[in-house]
Design a protein around this ligand. Structure first.
Ligand SMILES: Nc1ncnc2c1ncn2[C@@H]1O[C@H](COP(=O)(O)OP(=O)(O)OP(=O)(O)O)[C@@H](O)[C@H]1O
Ligand SMILES: [Mg+2]
Length: 357
């Protein structure tokens, strides 16, 4: 279990002081993956450094397994750090050691005898699905496989907590998916408390049980993933929904009539409150057909969630369209309607969503 209590980190002094982490409270329980997301510079990596006490927090407490690391003298701290496995974006493997030798290092440093080391390394490589790559060097492995070796090494000393800072960033979707699956397995089998720091929202949806959004050093939103997805009014909930559909191709080819004659709406939904035939119902309520211009849906925890872009005939009143959609449990936002701006909007929608307040 990780507990952060009023964790504060200030760099510099006096006039030059900047508070990078501002009274953070966060708990990650055994068997739980908590994702911390936030824009660049929000303080995510500083948080990771403070959890391992590589950076001393200015104030507040970091408890791992109930023990306050900030209260420990350096020699006890070294031992306490063994309770935290760390995985970072750069895999940090020694290039002239094999996968097995890399995994073995922490055991060697601890003075574990060779026979025991070999047995443990075999077990760890098996655990991360790389038993057959034990004697490969890092350059002979894929990025995803190197990250798995890093995870095996992080687990060598049987930590209760796993800390990951952008461990999947830069990996292709398939490798990311395999790391995500591995982390979930470890969470369940070893009851690890996992603090998963990332800026990739798709990965958060795939891996997290709970999500905290960090902005300017403060946790501005925090909750269970499923609850957040069901709260389209929350910026984090909206950002977590599958990538927004884009209306570009349809809106530009003119097949459905000049774009200026309709209003375009981005509708987000979190399935459990929204009827499957919401488009038909909204059309009926408004007495005219709404057009589906694009959609992006996926299933998270058994619930369909996603975005749709719809067009409403220009003669309809915006308030009426919004009311009809909101009445069905949807969250609706009107996009700029003139053609040029609409094309611009379509391009923006193609880009991955960043969390914005
Ligand atoms: N040693 C330091 N001295 C002064 N300021 C620092 C130091 N380390 C980090 N900062 C500042 O703290 C802020 C947060 O940095 P941090 O690396 O934690 O952000 P991040 O959320 O991890 O960003 P990214 O997504 O780009 O990795 C930044 O404004 C950074 O300039
Ligand atoms: Mg960072």
């Amino acid at each position: 279990m990780i507990e952060l209590r009023s964790l504060t980190k200030t760099y510099g002094e006096g006039q030059h002081a900047t508070t990078v982490l501002d009274s953070l409270d966060l708990t990650v329980s055994p068997g739980e993956i908590t994702a911390v997301v936030g824009p660049s510079g929000a303080g995510k990596s500083t948080l990771a450094a403070c959890v391992t006490l590589l950076e001393r927090p200015t104030s507040g407490a970091v408890l791992v397994g109930g023990r306050d690391l900030t209260a420990l003298p350096e020699k006890d701290l070294r031992e306490a750090r063994r309770g935290i496995g760390t995985v970072f974006q750069a895999d940090g493997l020694l290039t002239r050691r094999t996968a097995a030798q890399n995994v073995e290092l922490p055991l060697k440093h601890l003075g574990v005898v060779p026979a025991q080391r070999r047995a443990r390394v075999a077990e760890l490589l098996e655990r991360v699905g790389l038993a057959d790559k034990a004697h490969r060097y890092p350059h002979e492995l894929s990025g995803g496989q190197r990250q798995r070796v890093g995870i095996a090494r992080a687990l060598a000393l049987r930590p209760s907590v796993l800390l990951s800072d952008e461990a999947t960033s830069g990996l292709d979707p398939q490798a990311t998916a395999s790391i995500v699956a591995l982390l979930k397995e470890l969470r369940d089998d070893l009851q690890l408390a996992v603090l998963f720091i990332t800026h990739e929202m798709d990965t958060v949806v795939a891996v997290a049980d709970t999500v905290a959004r960090l902005d300017h050093g403060r946790i501005v939103e925090h909750g269970a993933l499923v609850d957040l997805l069901h709260t389209p009014s929350s910026p984090l909930g909206r950002a977590l929904l599958p990538r927004r559909a884009h209306a570009g191709s349809i809106a530009e080819d003119g097949a459905t009539g000049p774009a200026t004659q309709r209003s375009v709406w981005v509708v987000s939904h979190a399935g459990h409150r929204v009827p499957a035939d919401w488009l038909v119902r909204a059309s009926r309520a408004l007495g005219t057909d709404l057009e589906l211009l694009g959609a992006s849906l996926s299933t998270v925890a058994g619930v369909a969630v996603g975005h749709a872009v719809i067009g409403a005939p220009g003669h309809l009143d915006d308030d009426d369209v919004e009311a009809a959609l909101i009445g069905l449990g949807l969250h609706a936002q009107r996009e700029e309607s003139d053609a040029a701006e609409q094309r611009a909007a379509a391009r923006t929608l193609e880009q991955p969503l960043e969390v914005v307040a």
